[in-house]
Write a protein that binds this ligand. Structure first.
Ligand SMILES: Cc1cc2nc3c(=O)[nH]c(=O)nc-3n(C[C@H](O)[C@H](O)[C@H](O)COP(=O)(O)OP(=O)(O)OC[C@H]3O[C@@H](n4cnc5c(N)ncnc54)[C@H](O)[C@@H]3O)c2cc1C
Ligand code: SF4
Length: 502
């Protein structure tokens, strides 16, 4: 038998692009051939944002080239579906053995099961669901804060013996400053890298259903590019990550956010190297504790927690709709011009331009609005999934169904993240240039966030009055002297929303 014929296959999925991940970390050019499948069915299955589709496919193609440069034979297969690509590979190479790393989505794991492909455990996250089960054992509620402390201790981040460095586990109260009045250019603009031949070839191959502005080199598509972005973030932005973490500014779309989620989610960066870089910068005095802790919590705590909630609760979790929200996705989500709400149109335009918005915009503008206007959770999930550069089912579903829309009835978040215009006015500078008046809750100029917030509390009063974390707001709504007029205004707001006239 020739040596080539005896090569085993390691199947690498498009979100496992790292030599250190699972099965690939144990493979060598002498023993393994690599299979990667670019599925046209997947690429045309949704109306992807062009930058997201480009990011994913370009990163795959470049990773395949890097593996070839290392000496691997790579079967980079453009097929209709993953299943078909696998069958074609099998027929052509007849490998003695095929192995993959546990994939990151429920459906891909089901596919591998049905094909009988063996998997090795994934090391793409720091807490494998097997380890999470140890944390969860005997607990009634799975609180993120408890999980985060458990992770800090067991993985030794920001610890001083058994105690948290700085004497506290959480410096959040220092990280909620409103936007500064001036100096909105204090956060350096991310670097753009000109597109090359590979980028252009990918763009030509994408289906005509993609939408949004074409890429301009904002998102790196190689590991070395992602590592450069990590260095840049730690050096330039991490020191100020904390203070204005929750602020939203019209003239600055990124503030001190890292923009690292896309790379983490497809394997170009691994969580431990990002955390180590942040922890080291803190140790050498480059970063204050509120920024270091705030950032480390996002990755060591939130990201790992969300990943594990997904595996614990899927597949039923994706279909939950506890509040019975059945409004079809309103037109403004696909056409930012269909609204005069300054906050919404600003964030939606940003998504058109870059396929990105930062966390507080996702939670307190987009998610909050979908929640209080009663948008169907599954339709909203699909829209977000199509639109964001860093989207993946494992992260989109818990963040939308659980964190944003309370569609899981409080499994993940203990209260709905609902707020009116007052919160948005405090944390952003959107309201001053808006056609609507965030203080008004009745009439033509009433702020839709304010109106729908009170209306939402009334619509779900029976459910929420039993929840101590939100009962006060429900009673506040019940006691508003003009609540009937507010509810009437809400009807008109929702009507205009459905027609794309809000
Ligand atoms: C409705 C909604 C949808 C979201 N969809 C996604 C998504 O599809 N993909 C995605 O990666 N994140 C998602 N998030 C989480 C979070 O908003 C993004 O990870 C973050 O905005 C990415 O930008 P950044 O890298 O600049 O983040 P930073 O603010 O710099 O945060 C650092 C890192 O922390 C991690 N992180 C922080 N919060 C979360 C969280 N709630 N869940 C998972 N990781 C977190 C991310 O890896 C992020 O890169 C969503 C949040 C909400 C509320
Ligand atoms: S007034 Fe209301 S709609 Fe306008 S920007 Fe403020 S919160 Fe948004």
């Amino acid at each position: 038998m020739s040596k080539k014929k005896s090569l085993k296959t390691v199947w690498v999925f498009g979100d496992q692009l790292n030599r250190q991940i699972g099965a690939l970390s144990e493979a060598s050019p002498a023993t393994h051939r690599v299979l990667m499948i670019e599925s046209s069915e997947k690429i045309s299955s949704r109306r992807w944002h062009v930058q997201r589709a480009h990011f994913y496919v370009t990163s795959m193609r470049r990773f395949a080239q890097e593996l070839e440069q290392e000496g691997f034979e790579v079967d980079y297969r453009k097929s209709v579906s993953m299943r078909q690509g696998y069958d074609e590979h099998l027929a052509q190479f007849i490998p003695p053995n095929i192995v993959a790393t546990e994939p990151n989505s429920y459906s891909a794991r089901e596919l591998l099961k049905s094909l009988g492909v063996a998997t090795t455990p994934s090391n793409q996250f720091l807490c494998h669901p097997g380890e999470f089960a140890i944390f969860a054992e005997g607990k009634k509620a799975l609180k993120m804060e408890d999980f985060y402390r458990w992770q800090r201790k067991r993985l030794n981040y920001l610890m001083d013996g058994n105690q948290p460095v700085g004497g506290k586990w959480n410096f959040d109260e220092e990280n909620r400053l409103p936007p500064p009045k001036t100096g909105h250019d204090r956060w350096p603009v991310p670097k753009l890298v000109p597109l090359d031949k590979t980028d252009k070839a990918v763009l030509e191959d994408l289906p005509s259903t993609v939408w949004g502005n074409h890429p301009e080199g904002l998102w790196a598509t190689t590991r070395s590019g992602a590592l450069e972005r990590l260095d840049y973030f730690v050096d330039q932005l991490l020191p100020s990550f904390g203070d204005h973490e929750d602020a939203m500014i019209q003239s600055n779309w990124h503030l001190a956010h890292s923009l690292l989620s896309p790379y983490l989610n497809i394997g170009l960066l691994l969580p431990a190297e990002v955390l180590d870089a942040a922890a080291k910068a803190f140790e050498r005095g480059h970063v204050p504790i509120n920024s270091a802790e705030g950032f480390i919590r996002q990755i060591l705590g939130w990201r790992e927690y969300i990943w594990n909630c997904y595996w614990r609760w899927m597949p039923d979790y994706a279909n939950l709709n506890h509040l019975g929200a059945n409004r079809p996705l309103p037109p403004l989500f696909t056409n930012p011009k269909a609204t005069s709400m300054n906050c919404m149109s600003n964030v939606l335009e940003g998504i058109q331009q870059r396929s990105y918005s930062h966390h507080i915009e996702r939670l307190m503008i987009l998610g909050n609005f979908a929640l209080i206007s009663g948008v169907n959770p599954q339709q909203f999930t699909q829209w977000m999934w199509n639109s964001f550069i860093d989207a993946a089912e494992w992260v989109m579903v818990p963040n939308v169904i659980g964190m944003s829309l309370y569609a899981d009835g409080g499994l993940l978040a203990t209260k709905p993240y609902a707020s009116g215009g007052a919160y948005i006015d405090r944390m952003s500078n959107h309201c001053r240039d808006c056609k609507y008046d965030r203080k008004q809750r009745v009439g033509e100029n009433a702020c839709p966030f304010t109106v729908l917030y009170w209306d939402f509390m009334m619509r779900h009063q029976t459910t929420f009055v039993k929840n101590p974390r939100i009962a006060r707001q429900v009673r506040g709504a019940q006691q508003l002297s003009n609540i009937k007029d507010v509810q009437k205004t809400a009807k008109s707001v929702l009507n205009r929303l459905d027609q794309g006239l809000l």
